[in-house]
Ligand binder design. Structure first.
Ligand code: S3P
Length: 434
C-alpha cells in the first residue's frame, strides 16, 4: 500500500482517537494476571496490539472482543497455561519485550518470535537482566536477537541499573518482579514512559517509586478493574502536525493521553511556536488525559536533547518533518536509540529529507535540519523503510508541497490503521492505493 497526499488547507473538526498503543499492550498483558472481570474501553485494535492479544489468548487468557474494546475474565497468573508454545508477535517490539518478562515467570518453555524486522532488533537488553533474575532465556541463533527461547519460572528479585533508557526493558523487569521472590528494584538512567507502573498500582500491586528507582514486590492480590484507554498521543501528534502545517486549520482532539512521560512532543511543538492549548483536563485509571485545540502555526527550529528524548522518542520522525518547514535550524542529540527502532530512523529520516532537497546533517545520535531549504519539485517519492512512523510523517509533506507518494505503507496498520480515514475526515487530501 502506498500513501498519496496533496496540497491541503482548512483542516477542521473534532476527533477522538483510538486508544494509546502502549497502554493497550499493558492492559492486554496485565489484566489477565488479576482476579475477576474487567472491560477495557477504546482498546487499540492495531496489528501490534492484536498480536499481544493473540499471545495472551494462546496462554489461555479469557479475552473476548466487544464493541470498541475487550472483556477479560481472569483468574490470576495460575489461570494462564504453562505449556510449550510458539508465540508470534509480528513487528511489535513492545510485545516481545514485555511478554518476555511475563513468560520468564511462567513454568514452561516458550518460543517468542516475530517478523524479519523485529528479528533484527536488540534483545540483549532484556535477556541479560531477566537471566540475572533466574529466567533461562536464550537467543535461538545465539546472536542476542529473536527468536527467544524462554524456560521460565522460579525468579528471584534483583537490583538492576538500566543501561539504556527503555520503558520496554523496565516493564519486562517489573512484570517478572511481580512474581519473583523478594524485591525487584529497577533504576532508570532517564525517566521513560511509566504506564506499567501506573497500571500495576491502579490494580493493587506492591509498587513504589523513589526518584528514578522503581521497587516492586510479589504477592499482592490484583483485582481486575475496568480501564478506559485515552486516545494515543503518538497518533495525535500526526493530527497536530497536519493542523499546524496547513493554512486556516483548527482541530480539537478529545480525551487524549497527557501523561508527562509522553508529552515531550507537545512541549517541543509549543517551543517551536506551535499553537496548541489544553482546553480540558481529566484522569482515567491513573493516567492524565485531556482535550486539546490546535491551529495553523508558524514554526521555528529548536534544539532537542537529554531527558527530552525519551519523552518524544517516537515523535522524532514527525518532528523532523516539522523542522523541515520551520525557520532556522533544528538540532537533535542523545537520540541514538532511534537506530534500533522499526528502522534505523536517523538513516530513514535523512534519506527522505534528502529527497525533499532539505539541508540535513547526520550525527551518530541525531541530526541537524535546516528549515525551509527544500527544493520545489513536481513530485516527491518517499520510502517508508517498513516503518509506520516514517510512512505517516512523510505523507504529511504532501499536504504542504503537493503530489507526494510514500511507498510501502502497509505498516501503518501496526499502530494507527485509521490514519488516512481520520485525516481525510478533517479535510486532508490523502488516500491510500493498493
Ligand atoms: C514503548 C517504549 C518505547 C517506544 C515504543 C513503545 C512501550 O520503546 O519507542 O514505541 O510501550 O513501552 P523503548 O522501550 O525501546 O524505548
Amino acid at each position: 500500500m502506498d500513501l498519496i497526499s496533496n496540497k491541503s488547507n482548512e483542516l477542521k473538526g473534532e476527533v477522538k482517537l483510538p486508544g494509546d498503543k502502549s497502554i493497550s499492550h499493558r492492559a492486554a498483558i496485565i489484566l489477565p494476571l488479576c482476579h475477576g472481570d474487567a472491560v477495557v474501553n477504546n482498546f487499540l485494535f492495531a496489528e501490534d496490539t492484536v498480536n499481544t492479544l493473540n499471545v495472551m489468548k494462546m496462554l489461555n487468557a479469557r479475552i473476548k472482543i466487544r464493541e470498541n474494546g475487550i472483556h477479560i475474565n481472569s483468574n490470576g497468573i495460575n489461570g494462564l497455561k504453562k505449556a510449550n508454545k510458539l508465540l508470534y508477535v509480528g513487528n511489535s517490539g513492545t510485545s516481545i519485550r514485555l511478554l518476555s518478562g511475563l513468560l520468564s515467570a511462567l513454568d514452561g518453555k516458550f518460543v517468542l518470535y516475530g517478523d524479519n524486522s523485529l528479528q533484527k532488533r536488540p534483545m540483549k537488553r532484556i535477556i541479560k537482566p531477566l537471566n540475572l533474575m533466574g529466567a533461562r532465556i536464550k537467543s535461538l541463533y545465539d546472536n542476542d536477537l529473536a527468536p527467544l527461547i524462554i524456560d521460565g519460572g522460579r525468579l528471584k528479585g534483583i537490583e538492576y541499573n538500566m543501561e539504556v533508557p527503555s520503558a520496554q526493558v523496565k516493564s519486562a523487569l517489573l512484570l517478572a518482579g511481580l512474581f519473583a521472590e523478594g524485591k525487584t528494584a529497577v533504576e532508570e538512567i532517564q525517566k521513560t514512559r511509566d504506564h506499567t507502573e501506573r497500571m500495576l498500582k491502579f490494580l493493587g500491586a506492591d509498587i513504589s517509586i523513589e526518584d528514578n528507582i522503581i521497587n516492586i514486590k510479589s504477592g499482592n492480590y490484583l483485582l481486575a478493574k475496568d480501564i478506559d484507554i485515552p486516545g494515543d498521543i503518538s497518533s495525535a501528534a500526526f493530527i497536530i502536525a497536519a493542523a499546524a502545517l496547513t493554512e486556516n486549520s483548527e482541530i480539537i482532539i478529545h480525551d487524549v493521553l497527557l501523561n508527562e512521560t509522553r508529552t515531550g512532543f507537545i512541549d517541543i511543538f509549543k517551543m517551536m511556536g506551535g499553537e496548541i492549548e489544553i482546553i480540558q483536563h481529566g484522569i482515567s485509571n491513573n493516567e492524565p488525559t485531556g482535550s486539546i485545540i490546535i491551529k495553523s502555526s508558524k514554526l521555528r527550529g529548536i534544539k532537542i536533547s537529554d531527558e527530552f528524548i525519551p519523552r518524544l522518542i517516537d515523535e522524532i520522525p514527525l518532528i523532523s518533518v516539522l523542522a523541515a518547514f520551520a525557520d532556522g535550524e533544528t538540532i537533535i542529540h542523545d537520540a541514538k536509540e532511534l537506530r534500533y527502532k522499526e528502522s534505523d530512523r536517523i538513516k530513514s529520516i535523512i534519506h527522505n529529507l534528502n529527497i525533499m532537497g532539505t539541508h540535513v546533517e547526520e550525527f551518530e545520535d541525531g541530526m541537524l535540519i535546516r528549515g525551509n531549504t527544500y527544493t520545489k519539485k513536481d513530485e516527491y517519492n518517499f520510502e517508508s523503510f517498513d516503518d509506520h512512523r516514517i510512512a505517516m510523517a512523510f505523507s504529511l509533506v504532501g499536504l504542504i508541497l503537493g503530489n507526494t507518494k510514500v511507498i510501502g505503507c502497509e505498516n501503518v496498520r501496526t499502530s494507527f490503521p485509521e490514519f488516512v480515514q481520520i485525516l481525510a475526515s478533517l479535510g486532508a487530501k490523502i488516500y491510500s492505493i493498493y
